[in-house]
Design a protein around this ligand. Structure first.
Ligand code: GTP
Ligand code: MG
Length: 455
């Protein structure tokens, strides 16, 4: 598809900064630049990729800003179209004025993600790579960033494409055999490549949840009776005094959320009001919110005060976490130990790990961080394994795995070949959705609508 219109948008975030960038893409990008920008010296011929210094000017000749401008000639640009960037002063007004001038001269305001969509449509990047640009922008940890960079570099795309390729050969064979049904049964020539493609796809799928956790993070809720040290742990993990901590039981009244980087996983930590049988209406609402926070969490962090004996409240709270993967935290380990929770914890069906901490001294906190990450990630993939980090990719991959599996089973049981051909075709189709070879307009629109304007 060839776009006939030229799009423009502010490419930098809202707010004040040293520089703000207006971007244009399309056949009119350069002519529009000539009308809104006057180079300080020399003619208005632009050498590609060379910054020019000058002024942004309105139609009546009035100067709107001092700026730099650069031209990228198609196809050597982000979108593979002619692209122009005007680097203005990074304030709302100069940027808005320059944008308005571009619009007055015939550009159209870009939709969210439209620049990247054009890069995809023009074949500069595939769909998985386009999505990786969004992951890169939104990465919250170093690991998330590295994974996004890998995907942007085409690593996942490469694997998916070779998987798809590996399926095309047996598919061709199956299709050919439909026309010659008197020929022999499908032999290893079909089954073998299907089996090895299946194994590869299965392996990618196996670690997809891990990749998705690296990308999107998880929610962990701190639960425990008043004064156990939940807010102190939250602050210590965040390394900022985010929540109020006092020796008074019932300090935290409302839930509070903050994201921490634990072992490369962005974890939303939810501090809650200590759960207790209270008659105070504010406290009761707080306790109700704590229960609700648990319902939305991937992980419960059950905080026990190890310097005090177990109480009925502790048992009650522990019972609440029975349906959620749980890490028990024995806090206040700097004080003499009084707690014996062994029998209570023995009955916990979802207990994943136990960690000993002292929030006030910092003891045990690095272990707590890595334990949370380990429990969330499960068995870690071998270094060098490609990680799927996108739920859309995981679901498509799961359909592909399913299709190939059904085909193999069917062939092994001697079912008609055309059935297997249909299953393998579905698998090929599903893989193509990841890289964008086979994808509907609606899906594309939905994917790119999640981008910011100007990307
Ligand atoms: N000695 C010691 N004191 C701690 C530790 N962790 C927390 N405390 C103290 O325990 C008291 C209660 O801590 P908070 O973090 O407010 O406890 P909480 O669980 O959030 O309590 P509520 O908000 O009332 O539910 C404070 O005085 C903390 O300084 C610890 O590891 N060792
Ligand atoms: Mg608290």
């Amino acid at each position: 598809m060839l776009y006939t219109d030229t799009i423009t948008a502010i490419a930098t975030p809202v707010g004040e900064g040293g520089v703000g960038i207006i971007r244009l893409s399309g056949t009119e990008a350069l002519p529009i630049l000539r009308r809104i920008f006057r180079p300080r010296r020399g003619s208005d011929r632009y050498r590609p990729q060379l910054l020019r210094y000058g002024q942004v000017v309105a139609a009546d000749g009035s100067v709107e800003d001092e700026a730099l401008a650069v031209y990228f000639r198609a196809p050597h640009s982000y979108t593979r179209e002619d692209v122009v960037e005007v680097h203005c002063h990074g304030g709302a007004l100069p940027l808005r004025r320059t944008l308005e001038l571009a619009l007055e001269h015939g550009a159209r305001l870009a939709e969210p993600g439209e620049f990247t969509m054009r890069a995809f449509v023009h074949g500069r990047i595939d769909l998985a790579q386009a999505e990786a640009t969004l992951d890169l922008i939104q990465a919250k940890t170093r690991t998330g960033l590295e994974l996004a960079l890998q995907q942007l570099g085409g690593r996942l795309s490469q694997e998916i494409r070779s998987l798809r390729q590996a399926l095309l050969r047996p598919l061709a064979y199956l299709t050919a055999m439909i026309d010659f049904p008197e020929d022999h049964l499908p032999d290893e020539e079909v089954l073998q490549p299907l089996r090895s493609a299946y194994a590869l796809a299965e392996q990618l799928l196996q670690h997809a949840d891990q990749g998705i956790i690296y990308r999107y993070g998880a929610r962990a809720v701190l639960l425990g009776r008043p004064n156990a040290g939940k807010s102190s742990l939250l602050n210590a993990l965040l390394r900022v005094e985010r929540a109020i901590v006092t020796p008074i039981a019932g300090t935290t009244r409302d839930t509070l959320e903050e994201t921490a980087n634990l072992g490369g996983v962005p974890v939303v930590l939810i501090d809650t009001a200590g759960i207790t049988e209270s008659s105070d209406p504010v406290e009761r609402i707080g306790v109700e919110r704590s229960r609700r926070a648990l319902a939305t969490a991937d992980l419960a962090l059950l905080v026990l005060d190890s310097s005090a004996p177990l109480t009925e409240e502790d048992r009650l709270i522990a019972a609440l976490t029975h349906a959620t993967p749980t890490i028990v935290i024995f806090n206040k380990s700097d004080l003499p130990r009084q707690l014996n929770a062994a029998s209570m914890l023995a009955g916990h069906p979802m207990l994943r790990a136990e960690v000993t901490t002292a929030a006030t001294t910092g003891q045990g906190l690095p272990e707590l961080g890595t334990t949370v990450a380990q429990v969330l990630l499960g068995p870690v993939a071998l270094p060098g394994t490609t990680l799927v980090t996108n739920p859309r990719h995981r679901d498509a991959l799961a359909r592909a795995v399913d299709g190939v599996h059904t085909a193999i089973k069917g062939l092994e049981q001697g079912l008609p070949w055309d059935l297997a051909a249909i299953d393998v075709t579905d698998a090929v189709q599903a893989l193509g959705e990841i890289t964008g070879e086979t994808v509907s307009e609606d899906l594309l629109a939905e994917i790119f609508s999640r981008f910011c304007i100007g990307k």
